[in-house]
Design a protein around this ligand. Sequence first.
Ligand SMILES: Cc1cc2nc3c(=O)[nH]c(=O)nc-3n(C[C@H](O)[C@H](O)[C@H](O)COP(=O)(O)OP(=O)(O)OC[C@H]3O[C@@H](n4cnc5c(N)ncnc54)[C@H](O)[C@@H]3O)c2cc1C
Length: 538
Amino acid sequence: MSQRFQHDVLVIGSGAAGLSLALNLPRHLRVAVLSKGELANGSTFWAQGGVAAVLDDADTVQSHVEDTLDAGGGLCDEAAVRFTVEHSREAIEWLIEQGVPFTRDEGHGVDDGGFEFHLTREGGHSHRRIIHAADATGAAIFNTLLEQARRQPNIELLEQRVAIDLITERRLGLEGERCLGAYVLDRGTGEVDTHGARFTVLATGGAAKVYLYTSNPDGACGDGIAMAWRAGCRVANLEFNQFHPTCLYHPQAKSFLITEALRGEGALLRLPSGERFMPRFDPREELAPRDIVARAIDHEMKRLGIDCVYLDITHKSAEFIKSHFPTVHERCLSFGIDITRQPIPVVPAAHYTCGGVMVDQRGLTDVPNLYAIGETSFTGLHGANRMASNSLLECFVYGRSAALDIQSRLNQVDMPEALPCWDASQVTDSDEDIIIAHNWDELRRFMWDYVGIVRTSKRLQRAAHRVRLLLDEIDEFYSNYKVSRDLIELRNLAQVAELMIRSAMARKESRGLHHTLDYPQLLPRALDTILVPPNGAG
Ligand SMILES: Cc1cc2nc3c(=O)[nH]c(=O)nc-3n(C[C@H](O)[C@H](O)[C@H](O)COP(=O)(O)OP(=O)(O)OC[C@H]3O[C@@H](n4cnc5c(N)ncnc54)[C@H](O)[C@@H]3O)c2cc1C
């Protein structure tokens, strides 16, 4: 039997964004936090590097702002950048208060007036400003916030719940545009439950799973972006997908990043013949910025029709490799690759979705009472290229500002009246799940080939044609058969892919992460690509 629930705040997503929002809400509110798998399923758990923030006395807000604007290729919203950076110290202080075990700086401490935590530096940052917990920052943050959330009796953590669609007044044929909650598949019972809420928050992460190769965990399917679009929200800048140049290429190795530090320590990229190729692309060779290295690898793979290239650090001593890169060494060894003696097969992989659901500084979308925070949102912070470690920061800053906004509006928003249940009377059990698997594979493959690191108008047109066919087929399947997690994800992935292709076709220039051979130049004016849904709210 499907059930009805009511919450003051329904948070869809249990990553950095969702948990920090929940923990910043007043304790008297009934808050539900959903995850479509286990609670740790999001990207947050896998974040390695750290969180960018202005913490060192020698650093300034202005410097962090300028670095972010620089990385963003002229497309960042300066007000959003300033807002985020100005709140960065406060966000980190909050995380420290929650108990996140950031790595301490042995040389400094509160006693000598210095900052007691170690700060590292990453690409694009002109100062040391990345606070981290060794090389597993995401896990440290996630575990701490989860522990805190478990201690709060007002926060209910619900695993294996897949939000399917938002419930809006418009969807129900009522007057008005407000969001009233969501329909959610309970994977335990197989039923679709109705979750009514005064406020609903999308914190569902990115959409990198739309590509064949990705560093993201399986759930990164753009569910929040697709749900918001269907509910009438504008989306922006979905053509900007960040690719990490080196992900391990092995049939059994899902989503394992080979850290940039290997190249920092002298690892060389080679073709299967052993020939180096980076010197042909950039004078900085293997140490060129991420997008340039990713484009060079992509170019060589397409030119030669090869499945991967190789990252070679065998010229360093085995002792050096094992002590500097114990995790990479062990992980590769578990797949039969001894990196002290063999080059590592690598491919670039989709890593971060810069665009998303348009929100203001409160995280509020176009649909009243619906918020979007974290990777699923578009705040204007990242512009055409995300600067390393700004993404987790965005989760905390907007998680808090959305929580404060909800708090300030508690008196204005009532609990929705009894909502209609999900209607499953017209659907049957599917006996053709192979279609889902096939379409999933096809989508991710053509997105990789046609809407990947280097684009052309012809490839984008091909992709647009394919995705329309897929959307029709998926729609038909969705109307006739009972929903499952795979079907929900495929439907959302196809929708987000279509929006990405449309955005890429609309941009007649190469800027930041969007590189097209047909428009190699930069246009004089930087404009966001904003898509408005046919049923747009407001
Ligand atoms: C390998 C890796 C390394 C990274 N390193 C860094 C780094 O060092 N620094 C940095 O700043 N950023 C880093 N990033 C990016 C950063 O981790 C993410 O941008 C950030 O964690 C996103 O957090 P989030 O809360 O928005 O979403 P996520 O952490 O991805 O969480 C999404 C949540 O939504 C849930 N969900 C999704 N769809 C549904 C649905 N339909 N119904 C119910 N629940 C749903 C999921 O189950 C999950 O709980 C890295 C990313 C990866 C993949």
